[in-house]
Design a protein around this ligand. Sequence first.
Ligand SMILES: [Zn+2]
Length: 444
Amino acid sequence: MKISHEITFHGVGQGLFVSGKVSSEGRCLDYVYDCGGETSSRILKGAIGETASNMDGSGLDILFLSHLHLDHVSGLPFLLKKLKAIGGVKNVVLPYMYPAERAALAGFADETGGYPPDPSGWYLKFLKAPAAYLVEHGVEKVYFVHGGDGPDTPPLEEIMPRPPDDESNRNNQGRGDGVRWDVKFIGKSKVAENEKDAYAAEESAVGGDALSGIEWLDSSSSSIGVPDWFFLLYNKKAPDHKLVRLREDFHDILAGRSIEDVLMDRMARSEVRIAYEHMFGATKLNDTSLAVLSAGRVQQGYGSGMDILSERVSMSKRARKLHSIYVEEIEETRPPCGSLLGTVLLGDLPAKEEWGHLSRKFGLAAVGRRTLVSTYQVPHHGSVKNWCEHQAQLAGRPTYVISAGIHNRHGHPCPEVLRDIALSGNPAVWVNENMTFRHTQEIN
Ligand SMILES: [Zn+2]
């Protein structure tokens, strides 16, 4: 069975917007990972428009949001609006944030200054009740991911989508030429009923998200996919004892008011931010980033030997001036390999601290199951704080993609990160206002 996977890192400046398409035998699956940028909304809207026009008219199957910072979600209103006319968004998968964390996010957005949230604007409505906001804007199903990973992560075989064995996958007719796959959410959520009730009670106490109709996924035991392609999730759970204290502080600041009142009050927003910083340091909630491994299974599993038929990397430039670190066109055939082939998407995950869990979960470690990585999103726009040398020692021949604005205020990407990648001999690409990166693979 021939599978083709195309992934595009859109040049949106400081931020991240990735779109992917999996197709096989006339079926296809579209997904998006993050949709935001700090810079010109014109550039972001252009990229969203382009993505929408590349879809076949039967909707976006999965939208992953790594975390709720504006540089990762600022395009959300436009994306939802744009897609509404062409089948809408079927599933959104995002990490769950407590009301206190969401109020802190509003405070951080004020701090960064470049894009202060407009009180009447969408961002505060979204932070008030993310699931309700999404459903109101046409999303069919919202999945919250409950972070954390334990030693009891089941073997991949148990949470891997099965090959097509029945007709159920053929029923879902799209309006385009292809037949849609039913995206399956596999794995049993370990989020206990009483825990869900506690979340709901917390939300209702502050007038936040109703959480009705939403589903919970557990990053240690879930996968999402179609028979030939799947997505593994990983995110970290904030330490409970700190969360408990943050929520106590939050309730003190609320003093009986609702989360909406606090979100609308700049002083109160900043108080929650300060409480958050006091507890968690200046991580600014990047820690909660939801990482996704988007992978096809090579050879093991679905019958006859699979191999990579062709691979093509292309870059399009908007301007003449070349800001990329490295430009390369690859077209090659590789020998069969009994492994997984994947794209690693990390958002702003602190991959350095999380490397033990992350590498085990995604098969990136030097020992054990190894994922052949074709594209690796360098976490947090190439920040050194999220980087470790291990990330330069992946199996496969990954292209390292850094999404960062040309003149960003944060010093991204960091020279140490670039040095490690350069020493690994693998290509690195800086996706920015002038550069979009696309990687296409055909697997058989
Ligand atoms: Zn970011």
